[in-house]
Design a protein around this ligand. Structure first.
Ligand SMILES: Nc1ncnc2c1ncn2[C@@H]1O[C@H](COP(=O)(O)OP(=O)(O)OP(=O)(O)O)[C@@H](O)[C@H]1O
Ligand SMILES: [Mg+2]
Length: 219
């Protein structure tokens, strides 16, 4: 479902020296499968997710989703959902409009988008009013809203960049189970970045460590 073929990326320093970050990354993630990605800080995990999402340009190789090359496909048409560590919800919108956002962006009328968002939120056991401004929510509640917002457009691929790093251990374990269940149910291909090897093993059917621009299989 998600396929990376020899993806390469390097940065150029201020002095003009070229510094390879991702050397030759190839990976397949099937629908309904979660692959965990570990790696030291600065190893390029977030950059890889941004390349898949289309918000960072790749230098070589290609990203395919559903068998099609994403070379000329803009981010909003890739069918990729992204969840960042720092939530990245819209602080000026309430819970409802945050979740409905992706639908409105795709041309669904606001009233219909809100109705769908309401149904999505109802399945999330979120004990907050839909009209609540999101900055008033706890960290765990915000991440649930972020997941609801990512899922409402039914992405084919879900990318999670350390989604629980700001949460305490109990809440992490609880949310982890909920996220794993929803990913499996919705048959998405998921790539889950985490610093925590226990978390990686709990969520990923396979796990890799990004080292010196390459993927080392862990299990
Ligand atoms: N636009 C950019 N231009 C130049 N260098 C960049 C750019 N984006 C990222 N980098 C560099 O690439 C390296 C990898 O960054 P990246 O954010 O992918 O790491 P990471 O593995 O996600 O790290 P962390 O675990 O800390 O989140 C870093 O050294 C970063 O400074
Ligand atoms: Mg990162």
């Amino acid at each position: 479902m998600l396929e990376l073929q020899s993806v390469r990326k390097s940065w150029q320093s201020d002095t003009g020296a070229v510094w390879p970050l991702l050397a030759d990354i190839s990976l397949q993630v099937a629908a309904g499968e979660t692959v965990a990605l570990l790696g030291a800080s600065g190893s390029g995990k977030s950059t890889l997710l941004k390349i898949i999402a289309g918000i960072e340009i790749l230098e070589g190789g290609q990203v395919c989703i559903g068998g099609a090359s994403m070379r000329d496909v803009p981010p909003e048409r890739r069918g990729v959902g992204l969840i960042f560590q720092d939530f990245a919800l819209f602080p000026h919108l309430d819970v409802w409009d945050n979740v409905a956002f992706g639908l409105v962006e795709r041309g669904v009328k606001r009233q219909e988008a809100r109705a769908q968002a309401q149904r999505m939120l109802a399945s999330f056991s979120l004990d907050v009013p839909a009209g609540q401004k999101v900055w008033k929510l706890s960290g765990g509640e915000q991440q649930r809203v972020a997941l609801a917002r990512a899922l409402i457009v039914q992405p084919r691929v879900l990318l999670l960049d350390e989604p629980f790093s700001a949460l305490d251990a109990d809440l992490r374990a609880h949310l982890r189970a909920e996220f794993v269940r929803r990913i499996a149910e919705s048959r998405m291909a998921a790539l889950w970045v985490t610093h925590d090897e226990d978390e990686a093993r709990a969520v990923g059917q396979r796990g890799y460590r990004l080292v010196q621009g390459g993927l080392n299989p862990l299990w």
